[in-house]
Design a protein around this ligand. Sequence first.
Ligand SMILES: *[C@@H]1O[C@H](CO)[C@@H](O)[C@H](O)[C@H]1NC(C)=O
Ligand SMILES: *[C@@H]1O[C@H](CO)[C@@H](O)[C@H](O)[C@H]1NC(C)=O
Ligand SMILES: *[C@@H]1O[C@H](CO)[C@@H](O)[C@H](O)[C@H]1NC(C)=O
Ligand SMILES: *[C@@H]1O[C@H](CO)[C@@H](O)[C@H](O)[C@H]1NC(C)=O
Length: 719
Amino acid sequence: MLLRLLTPLLLSCVALGAQDSADNLLVLTVATEETDGFRRFQRSAQCFNYKVKILGQEEEWHGDGQKVRLLKAALEQYADNEDLVILFTESYDVVLASGPAELLKKFKQAKSKVVFSAEAVAYPERRLEPKYPYVSEGKRFLGSGAFIGYASHLHKLVAEWDGDDETSDQLFYTKIFLDPVKREKVNITLDHRCRIFQNIHGSEGDVVLKFENGRVRARNMVYDTLPVLINGKGPSKLLLNYLGNYVPRVWTFETGCVICDEGLRSLSGLKTDDSFPLVVVGIFIEQPTPFVSEFFKRLSNLQYPKKRIQLYIANHETHHQKHVEKFLQVHSLEYNNVKYVGPEEALSNFAEARNAGMDICRQNPECEYYFSIDVQVVLKNSSVLRTLIEQNKSILAPMVSRNQDLWSNFWGALSSDGFYARSEDYIDIVQRQRIGIWNVPYITNVYLVKGSVLRKALSQYDLFHSGNLDPDMSFCDNVRRKGVFMFVNNRQSFGHILSLENYKTTHLHNDLWQIFQNIQDWKEKYIHPNHTLALKGKLIESPCPDVYWFPIFTETACDEIVEEMENYGQWSGGGNRDERLQGGYENVPTIDIHMTQINYEKEWQKFLLDFVAPITEKMFPGYYTQAQFDLAFVVRYKPDEQPSLVPHHDASTFTINIALNSVGQDYEGGGCRFLRYDCSIKAPRKGWALMHPGRLTHYHEGLPTTKGTRYIAVSFVDP
Ligand SMILES: *[C@@H]1O[C@H](CO)[C@@H](O)[C@H](O)[C@H]1NC(C)=O
Ligand SMILES: *[C@@H]1O[C@H](CO)[C@@H](O)[C@H](O)[C@H]1NC(C)=O
Ligand SMILES: *[C@@H]1O[C@H](CO)[C@@H](O)[C@H](O)[C@H]1NC(C)=O
Ligand SMILES: *[C@@H]1O[C@H](CO)[C@@H](O)[C@H](O)[C@H]1NC(C)=O
C-alpha cells in the first residue's frame, strides 16, 4: 500500500472514449488566434476523439457577431441534414470533460432540437430577465458560449442573422429564444441543470473535482450533474485552468502522462552543438545569498552547448561582485555572449533589470528561449534546461521548494485581491504526491519562456510593472492578462530554494555559517564526499591504537576555514596566551584562533554533533556524546613561529584533529606522535580527522613543521 501511495500519480487520456462513434457529431468552434487556451481545448477534443472544425483561423478578431456569421456560413452545406448534430462552442476558455457518446445521449434526453447552455444572470441586458420563462430548478438564462443541435435546426436558428461582427451574439440568440414562436419553431431549450454545459462564471462554488473509479470529473454539486463541457470565460478563467489540470485526464498509478507529453520538442536528435536553440539565460542577484559560487559552478556544468547560451547577469549586491567576477574570468569566453550589469551601474530597480534581460531575447529573432533564474535557486539536475525546452510550453517553471517547509516557486491559486491562495492540491504538488505539468496563476524564481511568445503575446517591454505589485507578481499578472499559460513541472525533483534568512555578510566566507539555515547545501560544499562511507564504518583507518582516521572536510572547507582565520588574523601569541595558561584551560599553549573568536562556536558544535559524534559512537561503543566543547581552535605551525608542540594530554574525553592543508604542498614535517605507543602519523591528509582519547592514554606531541605553514583544527570534546 505504501508503495502505491509513493508511486507518482500519473495522468493520461488513453482510450478515453476512443471507441465512441462520433460520425454524426461535429464540433464547430471559432479561433482567430492559436492561444494556449485554444490548444488546451483542442487537446481535450482529441483526447475524446471529437471531430472538430475550426472557423475563422484566417481572420482578424472583430467581435462576438463574427461567431454567428462564421457559423451561418459553415452551416450552409448542412441546411437539410437532419441527422448531423453540431456542437458549437467557444474554445479559448473551454475544456471537454467527456466524450461524444455521453454528449449525444444527454442531448437526446433533453428532447429538443437545440439546447443552449444556461447562465445565472441575463447578459447583456438584465432588463430582459422578466421575459424569460419560469423554471422550477436550475439556471434560467441563455448563454451563447456553447449550444448543441441538429444541423438543420441550427441552420434555421442563424438564418436571420445579418448583424455586423461587433454585434452581441448572445443578444441575437436571446431575442430568438424569448420570442415564443421562434423558440418553438427552432425548438430550443436551455440546459438549466448543467447536464451538458457548465458555465463557471457566477457559479464558481458549484463545481468540484470528483475522483472516482480512477477517473476525475468536474461535478456540479448543486444539481448533482457531470457536465460534458466546461466554460471558464471571464473572471473564472483561473478556476478553469485549475480544473483543466485534471479534466479530461484519467488518474492512474501507472507510469506515463500522455497529455503532458503531447507536442514535445526533442533535442536528442541534434547532431551538432550549433543546431541547439539559442537561449538567453538571465541571472538575478537581488540580495545577499549563500552559496553563490556553487550556483555558478552548476551554471557552468549545465548540459547545454555554451556557444548557444547568452548570459545576462544582473547583480545588485556588491558583496557578490567577487563571486560573479571569478566565474566570468574563467568562463565568459565559452559563452555565445555575456552581459554583466553590476551593482555600480545602479539599475534603477529590480523590475527594470528583469525587463532588460527579457528584452535581449525578445529583440533577437534567433533567440528561441529565455531562461530566468534567481541565484537562490538550486537546480540539481544539469539537464534541466533541455528537459524544460522539450516540454514545449509557452512558459514553464521547474518546481523547486524550500527544504524545510512548503514554500515553493508557484502558487496554486489566487485570492480575490490577486495575492496568494492555497489550492486544494498545492501541498500534494509541492510534496510530489501528484505529479504532472500544472497550469498555475503564479510562478517565480526560475522559468523558461519561449522567445516566440515574447515577440507576440508578451511583446510589451515593461512586463515587470503592474500597478503597485512587486515585479514577480506584475509579471504573472501581465502574462495572465495576455492569455498565456504558466506551467509548473514537478515530474522530477528539480532542486530547491535556499533559505536567505540570517545570511550575514560580515565574514570572509559567510557560507560556513549556513549550517543551520541550509544544511543540505552546507554539507555538499563542506563535508567530504566519502564521509558517508565513514559513517558506515568503511574507510576508517586506525594508524595507532585507538586512533581513528577518516575523511571529514572537503578541500573547500579546509581552505575557507584557514582563510577565515587568517582574515581574522588575531593569532594568540602574547598576553592572550598567558591568560589562558593561567586560567588552566590549556595544558600547553599554541599559536591559535578559537572558534569563539570568530563567533563560530554554535556552528562548530552542530558540525561535531552531526558529522563527528556518529563516528565517535561507532568507534567507541557505549560512549554517547553531545559534542560539548570548551576548546575548539585552529592551530598554526611555522618553523619560525611555533613549529611543534611538547608532549601533553588534552583536556578532553576525546580529541578531533583535522588537517587543513597538505603536507608536501603547503608545508614539510608535521604530524603527531603518541608516546605511549611510540606511534606517529607523519603524513596527515588534508580534510581528514584524527580522533583519539584525550586524557590518560594518548599522551602526544606535535611533530615539528620544518618548512611552510601547517594548519590543523583541534576540538577538545567533552572536557
Ligand atoms: C420541441 O419539440 C418537442 C417535440 O419534438 C416538443 O415536445 C417540445 O415541446 C418542443 N419544445 C419547444 C421549446 O418548442
Ligand atoms: C510546440 O508547440 C507549438 C505551439 O504549441 C506547436 O505549434 C508545435 O507543433 C510544437 N512542437 C512540436 C515538435 O510538436
Ligand atoms: C536528470 O534529468 C534527466 C532528464 O529528465 C533524467 O533522465 C535524469 O534521471 C535526471 N537525473 C537525476 C539525477 O535526477
Ligand atoms: C572516496 O573513496 C574511494 C575509495 O573508497 C576513492 O577511490 C575516492 O577517490 C575517494 N574520493 C575522494 C573524493 O577522495
